[in-house]
Design a protein around this ligand. Structure first.
Ligand code: H79
Length: 473
């Protein structure tokens, strides 16, 4: 009897060892055969296609910081809301008390995705983990998450990824490399000026990457199948260029079709967000933050921006941009070949603030009429702009051009760079009436706008789009 038990046990051990060896072998060969850092331009173009076509996405910064909402110990803390832990110098143990209160009972994933869709946005990027280290999904790697640590007890990312998939919206995750909560990752944030500062920060940080961040990313990719991983906080000094490249490789190995921003590596030059040119850095697109590139770029880029002055909800921030400014930004970005990722910071209860909802609704009304000039467009070969208030885009792979004017026009609009096809019709989107036009090699294209149409320009016009079939000159 005893012998039999030993024999069986031996078999089990042999089997486990064998299957583990097999598993390792598979992972190794995969990593050897595909170097994702050296992708052909065809494969890159194919992977980027949906993102380039979609143009407009919603950024969501949501986490524990929505509870203090900018105030600590009754005092207003300066700066962006999601940085309150750092700017308010809140000790970890105190910040954890906020996490213990996080109970967003009004959160409704379908409602958020409905708002996003009605705005005309096509993809979502939400903070799975911001710099404060708190996870808004049910992580098995840590207890510091919304299910294990907070009264709410429900997995927000599960609900949101499901709602997005059901409603045809691409789903992305923002994930911070910097982490103010994990003991192995804190050197930059808390111990920097400490006389007892660790001298082995790099080793600790490497452990945090291997044993914590990567397993969490694997969970996220396995469970929620995100289309984008949007890294941030890559500037911490312990994080290296080599680790960045490995991280890129790691994520693509888990899902080859995923898109990854350039903050996965150390290439970003300041808030302008495009890569420095001295090395080859990992990452699929540049990330200008709170700004729009001055001129078009041949590289892919996405401008992320707040609607007021904070990413995470802050009670006292009422400095909202006007809808007109937001629509103009979307046009400016699109004409320069970029994407626009516009942020909302929901409250601790789980609601998108009313001033954001109002603006999103208005943007949606504009896009409903004029979206043709934004989605699936490309930038013009020569001029994306004429003067300060006229922008151009072009329907991909066709001869249809869009002239977008940001201010009320006069009765005649003169364009220097477009030659319409003979006998073609020029229309103003939203109006049925074909417009009179004349073309002269020297003077350019002259479009006449009837008075009855001109009269309809009002505060909610934001911008008008002329559809011209022809060619660039
Ligand atoms: O998540 C939002 C913000 O919390 C986060 N990024 C957006 C998307 C953010 N973190 N920090 N900041 C914004 C401002 C920090 C800028 C700096 Fe730097 C970090 C200055 C020096 C280190 C930017 C990155 C300039 C150089 C590296």
């Amino acid at each position: 009897m005893k012998n039999k038990v030993w024999y069986l046990l031996g078999l089990v051990i042999l089997f486990i060892t064998f299957s583990q060896a097999q598993e390792k072998k598979v992972i190794k060969t995969d990593q050897k055969t595909i170097n994702y850092l050296e992708e052909s331009s065809e494969s890159f173009d194919q992977r980027m296609k949906w993102w380039r076509d979609d143009r407009f996405g919603m950024f969501i910064h949501w986490g524990v910081y929505a509870i203090p909402a900018g105030k600590y110990n009754g005092k207003e803390v300066k700066g962006i809301g999601e940085w309150i832990m750092k700017h308010g110098e809140i000790p970890i143990i105190e910040y954890e008390q906020y996490a213990k209160q996080f109970n967003p009972v009004k959160f409704d994933a379908n409602e958020w995705v409905r708002i996003l869709k009605d705005t005309g946005m096509k993809y979502l990027v939400i903070t799975s983990k911001h710099h404060d280290g708190f996870a808004i999904w049910d992580s098995k790697v840590s207890n510091y998450d919304i299910v294990d640590f907070s009264p709410y007890g429900k997995d927000v990312l599960h609900a949101l990824s499901k709602a997005c998939k059901e409603q045809g919206i691409k789903f992305g995750l923002y994930h911070s490399i910097m982490d103010w909560h994990h003991p192995d990752a804190q050197a930059y944030s808390y111990l920097k000026n400490d006389p007892k500062k660790r001298t082995d920060n790099n080793e600790h940080f490497a452990k945090y990457l291997e044993n914590y961040m990567k397993p969490q990313l694997k969970e996220l990719i396995d469970n929620y199948n995100p289309d984008i991983i949007w890294f941030d906080g890559e500037w911490v000094e312990e994080f290296t260029h080599k680790q960045g490249q490995e991280l890129y490789q790691y994520v693509r190995t888990l899902n080859p079709s995923i898109l990854i921003n350039n903050r996965v590596d150390k290439g970003r030059s300041g808030m302008q967000g495009m890569n420095k040119e001295d090395k080859k850095y990992a990452g699929d697109f540049g990330t200008p933050e709170q700004e729009i590139l001055e001129i078009a770029s041949a590289l892919d880029w996405e401008s992320c921006m707040t609607m007021n002055d904070t990413w995470g909800f802050k009670q006292s921030d009422h400095n909202w941009k006007s809808t007109k400014e937001l629509v103009h930004n979307l046009i400016d970005v699109t004409a320069k070949g970029g994407n626009y990722l516009l942020n909302v910071g929901p409250t601790a209860e789980g609601l998108i603030p009313a001033p954001s909802v109002e603006r999103l609704k208005q943007i949606g009304i504009w896009l409903n009429v004029n979206g043709e000039a934004i989605y699936e467009t490309e930038k013009l070969q020569h001029n994306y702009k004429q003067g300060e208030h006229i922008f151009f885009t072009k329907q991909k792979g066709s001869h249809v051009y869009f002239t977008i004017i940001l201010e009320k026009p006069k009765e005649r609009l003169i364009l220097k760079n477009l030659k319409p096809k003979d006998n073609s019709t020029i229309k103003l989107l939203g109006f049925d009436e074909p417009l009179k036009w004349e073309f002269d090699e020297e003077k350019g294209l002259k479009i006449t706008i009837p008075k009855n149409i001109l009269k309809t320009w009002n505060n909610n016009s934001f911008a008008w789009v002329f559809r011209v079939e022809g060619q660039e000159i």
